[in-house]
Design a binder for this molecule. Structure first.
Ligand code: FES
Length: 107
C-alpha cells in the first residue's frame, strides 16, 4: 500500500494512501488537520507539502500546480496535497512553516 509520512506532524507516519485519494484526503481521513483555504480546488497553495523524498512516486503535477510552479508560488520540491496522489511507493514530507495551523503542535 502506498505510504505517506509527514515528519513534523505528530502521528502522521505510515499513513496508507488509498487508490485515487489525494494526499489531503488521506491526511483528513486519518484525522489530521491540514490547511486548505480554497477547499481543495487548486486555487490557493495553502495545502502545500515540502517533499523530502519519494517525489518520483507522486502523480505528475496538475495544471494548477504547474501554474504555481511557473509563477514561483510553489518551489520545485513542493506539491499541493489537494492535487497530488500516490499510486505506489512512499513519500516523506514536511508541513511548511508558513502554512502551519495554530492549534497543532508540530515537531
Ligand atoms: S486547498 Fe487550495 S490549492 Fe489545495
Amino acid at each position: 500500500m502506498p505510504t505517506l509520512n509527514v515528519q513534523n506532524l505528530p502521528g502522521a507516519t505510515s499513513l496508507e494512501v488509498s487508490p485515487g485519494a489525494t494526499l489531503l484526503a488521506t491526511l483528513q481521513a486519518c484525522g489530521h488537520d491540514w490547511m486548505h483555504a480554497c477547499g481543495a480546488k487548486g486555487r490557493c497553495t495553502t495545502c502545500r507539502i515540502e517533499v523530502v523524498s519519494g517525489q518520483e512516486h507522486l502523480t505528475p503535477p496538475t495544471d494548477a500546480e504547474l501554474r504555481y510552479h511557473l509563477a514561483g508560488r510553489l518551489q520545485p520540491h513542493e506539491r499541493l496535497t489537494c492535487q497530488a496522489r500516490l499510486p505506489a511507493g512512499e513519500v516523506t514530507g514536511l508541513v511548511p512553516r508558513a502554512t502551519r495551523l495554530p492549534h497543532v503542535r508540530y515537531q
